[in-house]
Design a protein. Sequence first.
Length: 85
Amino acid sequence: GEPAAPDGGETWAAAAVRARAILDDVAADPRTTLVVAHGYLLRVLYLTALGRSPALTRSLVWANGQLIELERDGSGWRERSAPAG
């Protein structure tokens, strides 16, 4: 299920709506795009792009500055290089 919102923070569902808008903007631009985000939103972006369960949010642990490459093709987003962790 969906993880609980951090105290005073946005729910996963609200963050996923924001993430989807970001992903749509990135997909509309043919150029390579760098997205920089805090850990929580980065995990939401990643899981939303790949269509994975929100329940995985807390299991994703990446180092600060971790590079995560996603690529969009005709069928959707895919991992170009898998993140460590």
